[in-house]
Design a protein around this ligand. Sequence first.
Ligand code: HEM
Length: 330
Amino acid sequence: MHQMLSHPLEIVPPGEAEMIERVTALQTEMMKGRDPHKRGQHPKQQALLRGFFEVGRTVPEPFRAGVFAKPKQFDALVRVSTGPMPKESDPNPHAMAIKLIDVPGAPHGTQDFIMLDQPTFFISDIADYVAFFEAAQKDPGADAFFKSRPREFGLNLTFNVVIASQLERQYWSEVPIAMGGGAARLTLIPDLGNTSGRGPVTEENGLRVALEEHFVTNRKAAKFYFGAQRYIDEATTPIEDATAVWPTPFEIIATLTLPAQDFTAPEQFAFCENLSYTPWHCMPDHQPLGGIQRCRKRVYEESQRLRHSLNQVTDREPEKADFNSLGKFL
Ligand code: HEM
């Protein structure tokens, strides 16, 4: 059975390892029922963008750990993606997955931050995830799960929206990571200059069009502010309930700059398809925390193992040479 690494801020419920195996089996089954060559969640890649992640000089004390310990600029590879709906004119979750490369002290050499455009997750913990997944297997709307959980139903409704551009969304980690001895949830806030002036997309691939218009046609850069929210205690800022809103404010600790660039080469798309993003590509100081994060370790590994073996590629983390080989800045 899978061994869990538990952190002093975590409360691991009995029977968790079995529940994680159940989620992994359900997820793999779902993946095989769609296209197992692709990711089990957020399969539609919109772009792989090169960028620079700059840790500021004024990081507040509780966040001065891991990659935020001192001012530094990291190269970043950002996968921009959308959820299960193939048409972007249909309601969907939207994502930015940031991978910092060549990170000293990170066992895989990388530090990943995976973010969605919703402040919290719509499922609290692994027991609820099993119940949700089992209901969704019988009926895609998962009515049997949501009928007794109006709060989760409401969160799930706002999870799926139609937007104008992924550069003008705010994104959240939704679940916490360690910050040295403390913990934090994370956010990514767009700069005003990212605004597109476009309305909600009406075309199937409208979000990809918006990205091409911004970076390639208009040769514009995009910028985001990276914020962290302090952990206080389990009652105020729960680690184990992914649906709870933390009341602490977000404090800006880094910026992400995505220069104007040509990201459109099919080779770049293929390279990104075979990358692996997981919160468990991390420095020890940023251990993912809480039941949902513990579950993601096993599920992402299995999804990645399956698609890499089908695509006949080996799993390896990118390095500076990969970063340099991608589409040029304009
Ligand atoms: C137990 C809960 C969860 C399960 C079972 C799950 C499952 C998965 C799986 C199987 C993948 C594909 C992995 C791969 O093949 O590379 C994935 C990717 C992803 N997940 Fe989750 N996930 C969970 C929670 C979350 C949460 C809380 C977030 C919030 C940020 C999230 C955001 C994403 C994103 C953005 C991707 C795409 C990453 C990329 O671009 O490669 N997931 N998830």
